[in-house]
Design a protein around this ligand. Sequence first.
Ligand SMILES: NC(=O)C1=CN([C@@H]2O[C@H](COP(=O)(O)OP(=O)(O)OC[C@H]3O[C@@H](n4cnc5c(N)ncnc54)[C@H](O)[C@@H]3O)[C@@H](O)[C@H]2O)C=CC1
Ligand SMILES: O=P(O)(O)OC[C@H]1O[C@](O)(CO)[C@@H](O)[C@@H]1O
Length: 381
Amino acid sequence: MLAVHFGAGNIGRGFIGSLLHRAGYEVAFVDVNEDVIHAIQTRGQYRVIFAGENQEEEVIDQISAINSSTNPEKVEQAVAEADLVTTAVGPNVLPVIAKAIASGLTQRFQQTEEPLNVIACENMVGGSSVLKDEVYKHVTAEEQALIAQRVGFPDSAVDRIVPNQKQDDPLAVAVEPYYEWVVEQPAIRGEVPDVPGITYVDELKPFIERKLFTVNTGHATIAYAGRYYGYQTIKEALEAEEVYALVKGVLDETGKVLVTTYGFEPKEHKDYQAKILERFRNPYISDEVTRVGRGPIRKLGNQDRFVRPALLYREVFNETPNYVAKAIAVALLYKNAEDQEAVDLENKINQQGFASGFAEIAALEEDHPLVKEVVKQVQSL
Ligand SMILES: NC(=O)C1=CN([C@@H]2O[C@H](COP(=O)(O)OP(=O)(O)OC[C@H]3O[C@@H](n4cnc5c(N)ncnc54)[C@H](O)[C@@H]3O)[C@@H](O)[C@H]2O)C=CC1
Ligand SMILES: O=P(O)(O)OC[C@H]1O[C@](O)(CO)[C@@H](O)[C@@H]1O
């Protein structure tokens, strides 16, 4: 069985590739990073190191790699022959890989009537649905009808902390042992892929919002507050009282809206939150605040980990979550010359001021109560 995975990065190698390998798939990685591609092509395997007490390892083999920049035809052929396609390239890259997937499907429809599932494994709501919309832009109406029949784009939520790697070996990847991969079953076409470790659910929304508003919102809050108060890693930031107080307040607010909206059992949700804070404290993982805080404009977007839960909170309780607003305030002060979005954010705030800059990024009116509360929080920092 062939799985084609777009994005041979931290999650691609450290999580998705590992689970697909265990399920018996040969994994063809598609990437644009020639060093990684060359290493996979020449070595044909890599190690996953589980960052826990025993530092257990797993060897992933039966792999290949294709450079989608220099070898697009090979990518198309791989998609045409694939039994499963997955992605972990970053939400902003989905429109780019959509072209390659569309060409591959066009070729596939000439060769076979076999159904196929395409699962985007990105930190966003509705990643596969967004990818499907992008693919539709590159195919004919007739091919859109064939896709609707034969190709599933089930949305998914992926959770495993895979920090930036400090290994000498460019392919070895250290990961936390914990993982969760939830996939929405009704959108599957043909047989449900038998991948141990995937949890299939009828309705993904509660799970992706629980993950996004707890793991990602919490993680990003620690990253931005950590940066603001001058810490390098998530672990040391979380040990600082002012950071812990903020992330605790944020998780209380997002927890309240998740429990009320989706009916999660309060005690169980408290345990879920506690487990995540323990995961962030993993002594065997060193995770920079600049990785977790990367892409601040994306993360301050209307449907991402801060604004989406804040708007849902306002809808449910008719008041603004002040801790989330404070987390947004420290995010607006985020600086990192090596992160283009951080540079763009800083320039936008300098040119337009906090109210106008944040309102534009979050797609809100400048007089929106959340914008007003965020500006108030910035002024009190
Ligand atoms: N690292 C983590 O702990 C987690 C990451 N995620 C999500 O997984 C996705 C990937 O994140 P990471 O693996 O951390 O990032 P990463 O930067 O390590 O990997 C992304 C990979 O995509 C490749 N890529 C970029 N443009 C491409 C293109 N046009 N075609 C093919 N490949 C391309 C890059 O070369 C890189 O190897 C993101 O959506 C992220 O939010 C989700 C959960 C946890
Ligand atoms: O991958 P993103 O969306 O940039 O978010 C950064 C981090 O968020 C997490 O998924 C959990 O918060 C990390 O493991 C991930 O790398």
